[in-house]
Design a protein. Structure first.
Length: 583
């Protein structure tokens, strides 16, 4: 028989073939031994082909029991052992990865659930750039050959004949925005007409986004031609494509902090001014300096930079140079800034700050751990301060800390999780695994469709999953994506100091504008000694790091949650402060 037939056959068999009978009912649990003593019912059948131990919580079928009894973790290994126990033969070629799944491919299955591939247009761009001399469209819009070559702009004389793209375009000029996306402009219509003027292919990107890291003020424009016009006039610019795409620019600014102010130069109309105001509001939240030039002074009666370039090149060049000089006013004199900082330390200023602090705390919501009983024990939830989660080895400290972190992320809070043992992907697989269980529970599905973290992470296992299991996993990944954007995981191998945590925290605040993320450290005993104290004892290192984490919490007004081991001599006693290892 093949693997699927064997799996169904084995799951219907009685585990008494390889498990000892319990003294009361059922069989002796291979996980905890329940059923071997005078009391204890052992492991029992509680629904069709499913067994449960009410002592240790084991829940699984005969294949799972085989894995526990004979210490086999691999699915194929459990299947082969089951065939041996119950005297059946499984076709050898059915153990070849992918056998019996003729129309399925592991990569395709995984991508179908968790990702969406994008086409690479690099070859198409080169072909179009080679044909750019066949059109004078760029010249009419005021764009010279140097800029055309610099941005690999191109021309497609057969654009409209391609079934994937707009047939209304007979010919088009091409603006690459990434290797997977571009904008096409119809060269057969008047640029000011209301006909089919442009089409975007691939996910919308910021044109010339790399400029954001340069040591120059950056003009932010709507259209690609507007950005090219600013560059043609001696400035540097990016294009967001449309005022509706402000979020794309903000996404880029979350990755890189501009070295110079941004200059907001959206279209000279009511919509452009509205979008500029929205963008300015978001930049203020992120503490990113910017300048909004007077549009009447910069553009006059022209609608946008390209309109002025075509009709008044010298005027646009002069406006660009003047506006760049004005950005210097956004940077205060360092000596004056230092003077103001000193004056802020006066007693009077401190009293005002104190009153403001009282009002701030009064309006600040408590942070829930996601566990009502824990929240009650913490007087309503998590506040600013240092918390330590301690337990014996392998009891689930990391899993508990991660679930609290995920819960905070779901509440919209940014979480910085410093994992000094487990990898980013191990932690992510734990979260997705939990989401598969939640999805089954909330939708009344068989909980056997949920997957362990290894079942999520090991792509080889995906060959064996049915459509229902893949559907549950797809829903779990969808749920995880909603809050994973708020979770930032830093990997380490015991080589992270508190000073590095502080620097990463500052960097996070600077990039995102989120001033109060929650810090998780897993775990306390393998945080590295402070620089210059490498010869300190383990106790001295832990004492220093506890103090440093408390200082971090106070300085940034945030909760810090650390995981800690316990001393072995405290395993059997009621936990107290001295039970924490090296504390």
């Amino acid at each position: 028989m093949n693997r699927e037939e064997a799996r169904k056959y084995i799951k219907r068999q009685n585990p008494g073939t390889f498990l000892d009978k319990a003294k009361e009912t059922g069989f002796i649990c291979p996980e905890c031994g329940n059923g071997s003593g005078k009391k204890g019912t052992g492991i029992e059948l509680y629904e069709e082909n499913r067994y449960h131990c009410f002592s240790c919580g084991f829940d699984g079928d005969v294949l799972d029991l085989i894995g526990l009894k004979f210490h086999i973790a691999d699915y194929n290994g459990k299947l082969k052992k089951g065939a041996e126990i119950y005297g059946i033969t499984i076709d050898d070629d059915s153990f070849v990865p992918g056998a019996g799944l003729k129309k399925k491919d592991a990569g395709k299955i995984i991508n179908k659930v968790v990702s969406k591939s994008e086409e690479d247009y690099s070859g198409y761009y080169e072909k179009c750039h080679a044909a750019v001399d066949q059109t004078d469209y760029f010249k009419k819009r005021g764009i010279g050959k140097e800029i055309i070559d610099r941005f690999n702009l191109g021309y497609d004389p057969t654009y409209g004949s391609n079934s994937k793209w707009n047939p209304a375009f007979e010919t088009a000029v091409i603006f690459p925005t990434s290797k997977n996306s571009f904008e096409a402009r119809n060269t057969m219509t008047d640029p000011n007409s209301e006909g089919a003027r442009h089409q975007k292919t691939g996910s919308t990107k910021v044109f010339n986004a790399a400029a954001l890291s340069e040591e120059k003020p950056i003009f932010v424009c709507e259209g690609v031609f507007d950005a090219l016009s600013i560059i043609e006039s001696g400035g540097q610019a990016v294009s967001i494509g449309s005022g509706n795409n402000i979020k794309n620019l903000l996404g880029e600014l979350d990755k890189v902090i501009p070295n110079k102010p941004l200059i907001l130069l959206l279209d000279n109309d009511d919509k452009g001014k509205e979008y500029a105001d929205k963008l300015a509001e978001e930049l203020e939240k992120r503490n990113i300096p910017f300048l909004k030039p007077d549009l009447m002074e910069f553009l006059g009666d022209y609608h946008d930079p390209n309109d002025r370039l075509m009709h008044d090149r010298d005027g646009l060049t002069a406006a660009v140079k003047k506006t760049i000089k004005e950005t210097d006013s956004l940077f205060p004199d360092p000596q004056e800034e230092a003077r103001q900082d000193y004056l802020m330390t006066s007693a009077g200023k401190s009293v005002d700050d104190f009153i403001g602090r009282v009002h701030e705390i009064a309006e600040r919501p408590r942070l829930s751990t996601g566990f009502p009983a824990v929240d009650d024990a913490l007087d309503g939830g998590i506040y600013t301060g240092l918390y330590v989660i301690g337990a014996i080895s392998s009891l689930g400290k990391t899993t508990l800390a991660l679930q609290i972190a995920d819960s905070l992320a779901e509440q919209g809070r940014h979480v910085l999780f410093f994992s000094l043992e487990q990898s980013r992907y191990e932690l992510m697989s734990k979260s997705v695994s939990r989401e598969t269980y939640k999805y089954c529970r909330c939708n009344g599905l068989d909980q056997r469709l949920a997957k362990s973290n290894l079942g999520i992470l090991d792509g080889r296992r995906w060959f064996d999953y049915g459509e229902d299991e893949l559907s549950v996993m797809g829903s779990a990944f969808k749920a995880y994506r909603k809050y994973a954007e708020n979770l930032f995981i830093y990997e380490g191998i015991g080589n992270i100091r508190v000073s590095e945590i502080r620097e990463k925290l500052k960097r996070h605040i600077q990039i995102t504008g989120n001033k109060r993320p929650i810090i998780f450290v897993d775990y306390l005993q393998i945080l590295q000694a402070p620089e210059g104290h490498e010869r300190a004892t383990d106790k001295q290192v832990v004492d220093y790091n506890v103090t440093a984490l408390k200082q971090l919490s106070r300085d940034f007004d945030i909760p810090v949650i650390a995981v800690s081991s316990l001393n072995r001599q405290s395993y059997g006693d009621r936990i107290n402060m001295s039970a924490f290892k090296e504390s």
